[in-house]
Design a protein around this ligand. Structure first.
Ligand code: ZN
Ligand code: ZN
Length: 117
């Protein structure tokens, strides 16, 4: 599941941020870092009428199916962007192993000072 504000990586359009989410269609509108040419508009196709209103439009707001999206996370160690396609996962912790070899096994959660006596 994705939510609004998630950083994502699309197989074709690259990185962006989810601005709206359609659970019915399982699609999300993403504000991509770069603009892309897409076909916008719709086709009217009835028994006695056909009209193609699609135009090529350059936009960074594109609606895509969530199956084509990968969540982007940052390496806690070197802050590099990670996606689930970017590398192998650790067998123990199932985290993506970063180029710097960091994974969940050596991740130390920041201690909550208030809980310490
Ligand atoms: Zn790293
Ligand atoms: Zn690990």
């Amino acid at each position: 599941m994705f939510k609004i504000g998630d950083r994502v990586d699309h197989i074709e359009y690259g990185e962006g941020e989810i601005v709206s989410y359609n659970t019915e269609k399982d699609s999300a509108t993403v504000s991509f870092n770069k603009e892309h040419l897409i076909l916008a508009g719709k086709i009217t196709d009835t028994d006695n009428y056909f009209e193609d209103n699609r135009v090529l439009e350059k936009t960074s707001f594109i609606e895509v199916h969530t199956a084509t999206l990968d969540r982007v996370t940052n390496c806690y160690s070197c802050k590099k962007h990670l996606t689930s396609v970017s590398g192998p996962t650790c067998e123990k912790c199932k985290w993506i192993v970063c180029d710097c070899k960091a994974c969940g096994c050596n991740y130390k959660k920041p201690k909550n000072v208030l809980n310490q006596v």
